[in-house]
Each structure stands twice: as structure tokens, then as C-alpha cells.
Ligand binder design. Structure first.
Ligand code: SF4
Length: 214
């Protein structure tokens, strides 16, 4: 893929959420739009108008198969697990804006299935202007990076989620940032024991976030 990819020229002058959500559908800032059904922009809850105050902006990697088809972020299995864990720690889902570092689904065929493929550094960088526009539009009190790609987009490639999860990081021009795993990592664990352990650790991170925004 060529370098110099950037979404900036596709951003509208007026950068409210509804305008951004519409404009992202025309983005050709990198090649990922070619094989995706649609761009999936951030939102509070599936289909919401996005007019509530936002406490937390949670950033994942990219839309999955279901998100790509439905056009909403975090509506697949990982989103369901996130909702369940948020509820468990008492974080009001209506105050959580969910989005992804990359707005189009990157995948490769395997038989009849579309298998998730990790976005490249260039694609993550190309899509960053949309993330910045979302941050500017919703002004969250806290950013939570879910997984390595989101952490890379916000904190740079030197940041290691495994070593620094749960820490509060400050960065000029941004609200406080913290990082934890992506809920899909919990779903990918091989044994029930691993899954329960990872889920407990994720819930522990969310509890700290709940205390921060209380
Ligand atoms: S992934 Fe981002 S930069 Fe690439 S085409 Fe989609 S919206 Fe544009």
C-alpha cells in the first residue's frame, strides 16, 4: 500500500457528529473503503442521536463483520461482552461513546467467511483525523483504549497494553487516557479458565474507570 494516506481532505468543515457520520461514508483516505460495506463511525448506543454528555470515549480497533453489515460499532460479540462488563461495574452505557481507530472493516476471505485482518500502521494513521474530529465533537472526560491498535493510534507504537494497562496517562491536548485489552481478546482465549481470568482482569480495569468518572 502506498504511503501518504490520509483522511484529512475528506473531513467536512462543519464537524458535528451527525455531519461527520455522514461524511465518513465518502472517505477514500486509504484503501480499506474498497472491500467494506460501509464506514462505521462512533456513537453512544446503536442508533442514538449522540446528544448526551459523554463521560468516556472507548476506542477499539476497527468494525467487525457484524458492525460492517449493520453500520454500528460494538454490536457484535465483543460489544455484547463490553456492555455486560460495563453494566457489572455500574458504568452507564449511555455515557460511553464507542468508536474505532479505523472506520472501515479490514478482512480477508476464508471460505465463505470474512476474517478480521489487523490494520496497518499507515491505515491507522490515515484514519486518525476522524478520531480527532470525534474527540473534538464529543469532548469526553476520559479516553479508554481497548487493545493495542487503539493504544497505538492514541499513545504511539511504544505503548504496551500488557505492561501498562490501567495506568492513567496524560497527553497534551487530550483528556486523561487509560488502556486495557479489547473484549475480543477475552473471547479469543482458548480455555474457559483463561476466559474467566481475562474477564476478571478486564472488569477490574473497568472498575477503576468507573471510580474515575464517578
Ligand atoms: S479506514 Fe479511515 S482513512 Fe481509510 S477509507 Fe476508511 S475512513 Fe477513510
Amino acid at each position: 500500500m502506498a504511503t501518504g494516506l490520509n483522511a484529512e481532505r475528506y473531513l467536512p468543515d462543519k464537524r458535528t457528529l451527525p455531519v461527520l457520520q455522514k461524511a465518513v461514508q465518502n472517505c477514500h483516505g486509504c484503501d480499506l473503503y474498497r472491500n467494506a460495506t460501509q464506514a462505521v463511525f462512533g456513537e453512544l448506543e446503536a442508533g442514538s442521536e449522540g446528544n448526551r454528555p459523554v463521560a468516556v470515549m472507548m476506542i477499539g480497533e476497527q468494525p467487525g463483520d457484524k458492525e460492517d453489515i449493520e453500520g454500528h460499532p460494538f454490536v457484535g460479540p465483543a460489544g455484547k461482552l463490553l456492555d455486560e462488563c460495563l453494566q457489572q461495574v455500574g458504568i452507564d452505557r449511555r455515557e460511553v461513546y464507542v468508536t474505532n481507530a479505523v472506520k472501515h472493516f479490514k478482512w480477508e476471505p476464508r471460505g465463505k467467511r470474512r476474517i478480521h485482518k489487523k490494520p496497518s500502521v499507515q491505515e491507522i494513521k490515515a484514519c486518525r483525523p476522524w478520531l480527532d474530529a470525534e474527540l473534538e465533537a464529543i469532548r469526553p472526560r476520559l479516553i479508554v483504549c481497548l487493545g493495542a491498535t487503539a493504544a497505538q493510534a492514541i499513545l504511539g507504537s511504544a505503548f504496551k497494553v500488557t505492561q501498562e494497562r490501567g495506568k492513567i496517562i496524560t497527553k497534551a491536548g487530550l483528556p486523561p487516557i487509560t488502556a486495557t485489552v479489547h473484549p475480543s481478546a477475552i473471547l479469543r482465549t482458548k480455555t474457559d479458565e483463561d476466559r474467566h481470568r481475562e474477564k476478571r482482569a478486564f472488569i477490574a480495569d473497568l472498575k477503576k474507570i468507573a471510580a474515575l468518572i464517578a
